[in-house]
Write a protein that binds this ligand. Structure first.
Ligand SMILES: [Zn+2]
Length: 122
């Protein structure tokens, strides 16, 4: 495939995934926030470099649209991870307890990310 066509194809896939991510992630984030009893100020779904998600002290959540390509358990883990930071800033034992309550198989999700996370980048 010619370079220009390929770049164009990638851009199309990216915007499709971004739209999918917005549609699928927002209700899921809202659901977990209710379940966990946390509130956030806003959600950004965008192209984050070198990270899957982040949470500011003000409760603004950002997620990398690329996570939509991962299995749902991984998506849930990443959502709960960022929401848990609203309750616990650090990765303290208490933080991991909160994560474990809402995503009991979070360790599987984390090892999936370690093993395959690089493939989500393109
Ligand atoms: Zn964290």
């Amino acid at each position: 495939m010619a370079g220009a066509d390929r770049a164009n194809g990638d851009a199309l896939f990216r915007s499709w995934y971004l739209a999918q991510a917005k549609e699928k992630l927002r209700p899921r984030i809202a659901g977990f926030a209710t379940e966990m009893g946390v509130s956030y100020s806003r959600i950004w779904i965008r192209d984050l470099k070198y990270r899957w998600g982040s949470c500011t002290p003000g409760g603004t959540l950002s997620f990398n649209w690329r996570i939509i390509q991962a299995p749902m358990i991984v998506v849930d883990y990443l959502i709960v991870h960022e929401l848990a930071h609203i309750l616990e800033t650090n990765h303290s034992p208490e933080f991991w307890n909160i994560v474990a309550v809402h995503v009991p198989s979070w360790t599987k999700a984390r090892s999936w990310l370690k093993q395959h996370g690089g493939r989500l980048e393109w």
